[in-house]
Design a protein around this ligand. Sequence first.
Ligand SMILES: *Cc1c(COP(=O)(O)O)cnc(C)c1O
Length: 380
Amino acid sequence: MAISVKAPHRDDTLEQQLDQLHAELEEASGRFLGYPCNLAFDYEPLYRFLRFCLNNIGDPLGGSNFQVNTRAIERKVLQFFAELLHLPWPQAWGYVTSGGTEGNTYGLFLARELHPNGILYFSQDSHYSILKTAKLLNLRNIMIRSLPNGEIDYQDLEASISVKREHPVILCANIGTTMKGAIDDLGRIQQTFERLAIHDFYIHCDAALSGMILPFVDNPPLFDFGAPINSIAISGHKMIGAPLPCGVVLARRALVKQIERSIEYVGIMDTTLSGSRSGFTPLVLWYAIRTHGRQGWRRSIQKVLQTTEAVLARLQEIGWPAWRNPHSNTIVIRRPSDELVRRWQLAVKGDIAHLIVMPHTPMERVEQFLEELRREAQTL
Ligand SMILES: *Cc1c(COP(=O)(O)O)cnc(C)c1O
């Protein structure tokens, strides 16, 4: 019997539902000031690639039997980031992930495989994905206090490590915390290791947002492979901007070699956490890199930081408590009313909230928000 292939059934209600969803998303997209997703993108030239079932399964540096992929493009993306983060390409390994969380999970997985007896240290201000990953990997872990600006408390770190000196140290450094944009000082952390004569250590950097900011500022703090770090994760849908969540993880190739294994079924090295992986998101990242160029990114980031400074000055003018960390586009403010939090989609934690300035942030919207905040300040 012949099988008839019919077009999927479409009716008015389906069309209406899609139209309504689209309108709602249009509206909501114009009003978020609290989440760091760059919306200044246009990937229309890539839409035709959505007709393929692009799958970059396996190690992007190895071979594969599955040929509908963008692995060559993925390697170019990785090469761009390796260079940006001072890791010579022959010593680099990585892949395009589903986001910052997968990149962090990969980094800590690699650390655990290399140091099964290690203890993970991370701060109170670390992203929630770190504790989740520690549980997932059954990794012994110690949460360290944070300083008021969001950096890890170096004294607490030293005291905690010093009583467990027989264990290798797995440190997750925050390169831009989620709430306050704080950067853990790798120089001070290294000095701590030296003072305690810790030679067995692994440093993973969670640079979800700031990993795409710091390479483009003048005199950035130490945060990349120029320091003795082992891996780093950056989100693709944050500062770069992508219609689909994605990210990049990079690690030192020699370490990954120690734990890789091959899978005959698809003819790949099974080095990645996920099996099937998007072949579309590497294309998106590559397109973003190619269309901006390094100079374009520098201009864009510098402008974001200037705007951040201007918005901070306006907040001070209207008398609303606000501050930021160096090199950060995150402005920490006193938590406003729930109504403002909801309307402007601000991220909140306890008595603080934050605004994040991104390349697309519409200044007239910010002015509108500031006006509402000014009115609220008067009623305090
Ligand atoms: C957003 C963020 C993450 C998680 O990234 P996803 O891409 O949402 O998985 C991890 N760490 C920090 C510091 C973040 O800000």
